[in-house]
Design a protein around this ligand. Sequence first.
Ligand code: BDR
Ligand code: CA
Length: 308
Amino acid sequence: MNSLWIDADMGFDDMLAIMMVNHSKRMIAGCSLVFGNAPLPQVCKNAASMAATFNWTFPIHIGAAKPLVGDLVTAGHVLGPTGLPTLGRALPDADPLPQRAAALAALVQWLENADGKAELLALGPLTNIAILCLARPDLLPQLQCITWMGGGATSGNHTASAEFNAFADPEAAAIVCASGVPFKMVDLDACRQVTVSPADLIGLQKIDTPKAALLHDLFGGYINIGISKGRESMALYDPVAAAPLIDKTTLAFQTMSIAVECAGNLTRGRTVIDASAKGTGATQLGTRANATRIREMALSTLLEAAAG
Ligand code: BDR
Ligand code: CA
């Protein structure tokens, strides 16, 4: 099995994706943090609290605070200052993350020791990964695959054209996409096939532990993002990208050309898909998700964490 590294911006869906991988018993070699759902200092605070609350043992390394080009963009207008909307309880304060090597140095060390069997799951803007591609192209053959939650084949969520992780650093997404490393994009269309709604909170309501109460409020806050927009449910984003790393039958992929628009005024960050072209042959788009199975994986992970 490939050694797995996760790069994340630590919203609720990042946390749930990481918990699903942990729950599957697949080992996480390390994790790097990137700005995104919130500014980087808040992402680090979230990560420290999640690690302390859920006994995460893998090393966490701090990465990019801003995109390669342009100004910092966060999802604060939707998610609030912590990046983690809640029904009440918030993640408890924790000691700051222990001092460790910065993300680039840690990723380099990981790849130098990977024996050609490394795999990356990226759940936020691709800045850390693009920096790796630019700094150490010689190490890229060590990477078997990068799976990324990002992009939107047909529409965006941050703008009409662009998904948030793509919009937050289009140049980084373009660099990684064109790097030649096998790249699997799990876009909005794939993620929107898997939804969660207030009825999914009932399982957590039945468990009488402090962790169940906390997870209930965080999960409820996440579901409310969709409800507050007049929908009946909310798409699960990052867990859909994590699912095929645990069970590859959960998401089908098709090779097609993927490019990222960096120039357009209205279309900056748009992922441009050509299903009729194979491009470099290295880029694949997630197509059909097994929503029942992915929901089951996500909900059972929450229940297990709540009981622990
Ligand atoms: C993506 O953006 C982030 O806010 C979420 O965690 C997810 O990775 C959805 O557009
Ligand atoms: Ca994310």
